[in-house]
Design a protein around this ligand. Structure first.
Ligand code: GRF
Length: 201
């Protein structure tokens, strides 16, 4: 089995990234980290990746101003340079243009902290609480041009408890995400393998 070259895109603390790196430390895991890329130079996750021996790069979106595609072209060059086969978005807080999404479609996945199709976008936990939902959860999905809209790969849920706040829910969900994402990434690698794509751009 050829392990797919994995790039992880982050913007912050990178705990899901860390979970992916830990899973990928197993030699039989179907993805091998080649790059961690952050749009924020101060992202904590960059340090974690470097400490794990993974190439970690910041491409600050700010100098590109409103030109999202120019920023993404810089990211794309770094991704290609690292030989990326599959991208995992892990708390990456930039909306991607159709250009970038189309280029990587079928090879880019995301983790979102809700049971999609519920609560696309931000404030997912508060919205689940406000709606009186009995459960919350996280979804790993293929990235498509619509925000949090692509085909679902895998979900995990947990009960909402009396007295839960958005913060308590997020804290209890995080370890669930850390289990879910490595499993779902392995599944995505398997699906790419079955579809017979080389994954190369
Ligand atoms: C996670 O809750 C993830 O579901 C969402 O952003 C958060 C990122 O956290 N997309 P971390 O940076 O992985 O710790």
């Amino acid at each position: 089995m050829r392990r797919l070259n994995l790039a992880i895109l982050i913007s912050g603390r990178g705990s899901n990234m860390e979970a992916l790196l830990k899973a990928a430390a197993a030699p039989d895991y179907p993805a091998k980290p080649v790059l961690v890329l952050s749009n924020r130079p101060d992202a904590l996750g960059l340090e974690t990746a470097l400490a794990a021996g993974v190439q970690a790069v910041a491409i600050d979106h700010k100098p590109f101003g409103k030109d999202r595609e120019a920023f993404e072209r810089a990211m794309d060059a770094a991704l290609i340079g690292a030989g990326t086969d599959i991208i995992a978005l892990a708390g990456f807080m930039r909306v991607l243009t159709p250009w970038f999404v189309n280029k990587w479609q079928g090879r880019m996945i995301n983790i979102h902290p809700s049971l999609l199709p519920k609560y696309k976008g931000l404030d997912t936990h508060q919205r689940a609480l406000d709606a009186g939902d009995a459960e919350a959860g996280a979804t790993v999905h293929w990235v498509s041009p619509g925000v949090d809209d692509g085909e679902i790969i895998q979900q995990a849920s947990l009960p909402i408890l009396p007295g839960d706040t958005a913060n308590s829910l997020a804290a209890r969900l995080l370890p669930v995400e850390h289990q879910l994402y490595p499993d779902a990434l392995a599944k995505a690698c398997d699906l790419i393998g079955r579809s017979g794509e080389s994954g190369k751009t």
